[in-house]
Design a protein. Structure first.
Length: 228
């Protein structure tokens, strides 16, 4: 046994301990005397498991099965983060130093251009440079179109004017008289088709009757031929 005066001469050293030898000791009151004493906990059960997705952590409550006694986690002192000269204080981070107004954009125009989608087909706001570029392209296109029109032949020019006149008149409107004529033509064509269909049926019927007559005549024996 080590005496108190020999404690200064004892040097601690690390030694491996199996997990099966580790025990959880928790102070619990004695049911008979009510005195608090350290008790070795043989089994613990995890209840109330909470998965925190933002922090990707899992927490739960430990209880003793059968007793429903909650065993709290040991209190750990918060880790002290050292402060450096270049650190930004939380009060400085939360301080509002920029207040946008209706007369100034809330951020640089280059950032706004990136957020809107520079190459989106649904974009409606463009920079003055882009608008000027598109206007110059449209003016050049109109100039080429005009020069191509100037080189048209007389017949092509006449056809172009006719197309413009027809386009200006719009879609034609059918009158009652025109509709009656169209209906009469449709009825006449339907009657002709029906008569032609009936004639074809009559011709087929006649052909079938003629074939039946020929077959019956060929199957009868001739009277001039002697019977065997």
């Amino acid at each position: 046994m080590i005496r108190p005066d020999e404690m200064d001469r004892v040097e601690p050293y690390q030694a491996p301990i199996p997990v099966s030898s580790v025990r959880l000791v928790h102070p619990l009151p004695d049911p008979n005397t009510g005195a608090v004493r350290d008790v070795v906990i043989r089994e613990l059960k995890a209840v109330g498991i909470i998965h925190d997705r933002p922090t990707k952590t899992v927490t739960w409550t430990r209880i003793i099965p059968g007793e429903n006694i909650r065993v709290p986690w040991p209190k750990i002192a918060p880790k002290q983060q050292p402060e450096y000269k270049g650190d930004t204080k939380r009060t400085d981070v939360e301080e509002r130093t920029f207040v946008p107004t209706l007369l100034t954009p809330p951020m640089p125009e280059a950032v706004l251009d990136e957020l809107r989608g520079r190459y989106s087909i649904f974009r409606t706001r463009h920079t003055p440079e882009y608008i000027a570029k598109k206007e110059a392209e449209e003016a050049e296109k109109q100039a080429r179109k005009k020069s191509a029109q100037d080189m048209l032949l007389p017949l092509q020019e006449y056809n172009r004017k006719l197309r413009e006149v027809r386009r200006a008149l719009g879609q034609p409107v059918l009158s009652e008289e025109m509709l009656e004529k169209i209906g009469a033509v449709i009825a006449k064509n339907a009657q002709l088709r029906a008569s032609g269909r009936n004639a074809a049926v009559d011709n087929v019927q006649k052909a079938i009757e003629q074939l039946s007559v020929e077959d019956s005549s060929s199957s009868e024996p001739s009277r001039d031929q002697p019977h065997s």
